[in-house]
Design a protein around this ligand. Structure first.
Ligand SMILES: Cc1cc2nc3c(=O)[nH]c(=O)nc-3n(C[C@H](O)[C@H](O)[C@H](O)COP(=O)(O)OP(=O)(O)OC[C@H]3O[C@@H](n4cnc5c(N)ncnc54)[C@H](O)[C@@H]3O)c2cc1C
Length: 378
């Protein structure tokens, strides 16, 4: 019997399914993609708080050999003074975060879902989810599932969307791996340039690059020869890691913000990217989505067994998640905005802020803890 349908078997949907495995409720995941490994070039930085949740889900031990610990984050702006160094040792934590490929994260969650005997239906794109009826395609057939609760975790794609606060940054993230002359030694970089931020994230023996690129320059950047691409990166990023020696295949992700929230219909709740789609600059998207999944599971586990009170559940969940999601979304948008403008006065203020962050340990501590754990401690 299905009580709860999770639409979307991405990392957030699968995390929720795992968190609910002992809930006593029947859970079915409907995933549009066919069964098997996914292809996705993104690297994801898992915050310390996400590690704790993945440990509780029993997935971390499996993932541990595939993550790279970030021990230092170097934040700077090109062409202006001011930088800050966030150090795990100063904060008394083993790492500032952990880089993992989307593919490895997804594979570990999928493996655990299979081992737990969770009903995941692949090749099952959902066309409609209304009034407790989930309509999806399966092969040539159109099937309907009647459920008490539909959780939309489809990444904000594929289903009609409600109104939301939307912002098109007119940018894309160009992503690929790169090799630098100097070893990374666990150091990540966030370098703000007038075009947008460049992130270098240690992953294995290489870096995962996230290069924010104005929309009208994306095609040209993707089409560069490897040599020209590496030269352009060196010119934009600077010499801190020495020259860049090699790069993998490049992919671009258009960057938007869309804040839809959990919704206002009893029996239907949005989580993960389906609820909030963010710019990747602060590495918040999956970390917030995982906390969504964990919180929703907690609310469901707190509910009495028997028929679900959808309105009460939605209210409790919305109250529990509001502050964290709002803080993550506003911090992300603020960072994109404040570093996007280059007049000397603004650049000077940013430099002063970065220096203050570097010199005042208490400020640095608060900032780093918000990045690692969100608005509440997990
Ligand atoms: C370049 C880049 C870098 C990023 N870096 C970070 C980072 O460092 N840290 C971080 O926390 N976040 C990061 N993010 C954000 C992160 O990737 C997302 O927040 C995360 O993938 C959201 O997971 P999700 O499961 O909600 O959605 P998705 O990953 O989009 O998964 C949705 C799933 O739903 C399925 N689906 C879609 N439509 C349907 C349908 N109609 N029926 C059934 N199934 C459907 C899809 O096939 C997919 O499997 C980054 C994003 C980008 C673009």
């Amino acid at each position: 019997m299905t009580d709860i349908a999770i639409v979307g078997g991405g990392p957030v949907g699968l995390s929720l399914a795992l968190a609910l495995r002992d809930s006593g409720r029947g859970v079915t995941v409907l995933e549009a993609r066919p069964k098997g490994p996914v292809t996705d070039a993104r690297a994801i930085v898992l915050a310390q708080g996400s590690r704790l949740i993945l440990e509780r889900l029993g997935v971390w031990a499996d993932l541990a050999s595939q993550v790279t610990a970030i021990t230092t984050i170097h934040v700077s702006q090109r062409g202006h003074f001011g930088r800050t160094l966030l150090n795990a040792a100063d904060l008394g934590v083993p790492a500032m975060g952990y880089t993992v490929s989307y593919e490895a994260l997804h594979a570990a969650l999928a493996r655990h879902a299979e081992q737990a005997g969770i009903d995941v239906r692949h090749g099952a794109p959902v066309a409609a989810a209304e009034g407790g009826a989930i309509v999806y395609r399966h092969g040539e057939a159109t099937e309907t599932l009647t459920v008490e609760l539909a959780v939309l975790a489809e990444g904000g794609r594929g289903l009609p969307l409600p109104e939301s606060t939307e912002k098109d940054y007119q940018q894309s993230a160009v992503v690929c791996w790169v090799e630098s002359e100097r070893p990374h030694a666990g150091r990540a970089y966030e370098r703000f340039t007038p075009e947008g931020p460049i992130a270098l994230l240690p992953m294995g023996s290489r870096y995962a690059l996230v290069w924010t690129t104005p929309a009208d320059q994306v095609e040209a950047r993707l089409a560069l020869s490897e040599r020209d691409f590496l030269e352009a990166l060196y010119a934009a990023f600077g010499e801190r890691q020495g020259r860049f020696k090699a790069a993998g295949a490049r992919t671009a992700f258009p960057l938007r913000m869309a804040l839809r929230g959990p919704g206002d219909t009893a029996g239907l709740i949005r989580i993960g990217n389906a609820a909030q789609l963010l710019h990747p600059v602060a590495g918040q998207g999956f970390n917030l989505g995982l906390r969504d999944a964990w919180q929703l599971a907690e609310c469901l586990l707190d509910s009495a067994q028997g028929p679900l009170d959808g309105a009460d559940l939605l209210l409790r969940y919305t109250r529990a998640r509001g502050a964290d999601v709002s803080a993550g979304a506003h911090m992300t948008d603020f960072l994109v905005d404040v570093f996007a403008h280059d007049p000397p006065l603004i650049a000077g203020l940013r430099g002063a802020a970065l220096t203050a962050l570097d010199l005042v340990p208490v400020l640095k501590n608060v900032f780093a803890r918000k990045m690692m754990h969100g608005a509440r401690t997990w």
